[in-house]
Design a protein around this ligand. Structure first.
Ligand code: IMP
Ligand code: MG
Length: 184
């Protein structure tokens, strides 16, 4: 099947505005990020890559295969309640890892930092658990967040201020399965 037909098969016929980051661009950048992360921590100190579900699931699975050192993986599920597209600022943890964070290097992996509310609420909660270090790694950063508690240490791409989908990112749960990132 040609690529365009495959895309329409994946979206159920919905046309996308444009492809913002194609598969090759994402693969190259994720490989670079993995190498940087691998060299950023002493090899003999524990590293836990903590994915924020659901959006980070594809990014994280590609990323950890490029981090050539021992590491552990866990996930957290957070939910922010608000009306439609505006976040209320309340972030609840729906799933919390049983893995201890104490004394470990923690990398919180996000798909996209938009308003920054999610990471700004989660970081202090995780910091209370005594990690040795705590950093944010995000595939996309819109750079519109007003009061980010911490700038992500690793950013895949500085993203345009558009609604992006694919490679794990959804719109009402659709489009996570696109292998590239597009704009609706
Ligand atoms: P924030 O709390 O506003 O930074 O947004 C965090 C979450 O909102 C992300 O983890 C995404 O799940 C979702 N989100 C924000 N912007 C987009 C977008 O452009 N496309 C898809 N999801 C987004
Ligand atoms: Mg989402």
């Amino acid at each position: 099947m040609p690529d365009s037909q495959l895309t329409l098969a994946r979206t159920g016929g919905r046309e996308l505005d444009r492809i913002v980051y194609d598969e090759a661009a994402i693969a190259a950048r994720v490989a670079e990020m993995g190498e940087e992360i691998a060299h950023a921590y002493p090899r003999d100190e524990p590293l836990l890559v903590l994915g924020l579900l659901k959006g980070s699931f594809i990014f994280l699975s590609d990323l950890v295969r490029h981090i050539a050192r021992p590491l552990h993986v866990d996930f957290i599920v957070a939910s922010s309640y608000g009306s439609g597209t505006t976040s209320s600022g309340v972030v609840n943890l729906l799933y919390d890892p049983s893995t201890s964070l104490e004394g470990k290097h923690i990398i919180l992996v996000e798909d996209i930092v938009d308003s920054g509310t999610t990471v700004s609420r989660l970081l202090p909660m995780l910091a209370e658990r005594g990690p040795k270090s705590l950093e944010i790694c995000t595939l996309l950063h819109k750079h519109i967040a007003a009061n980010l508690v911490r700038e992500p240490r690793w950013v895949g791409f500085d993203a345009p201020n558009e609604f992006l989908i694919g490679y794990g990112l959804d719109h009402s749960e659709d489009f996570r399965n696109l292998p590239f990132i597009g704009s609706l």
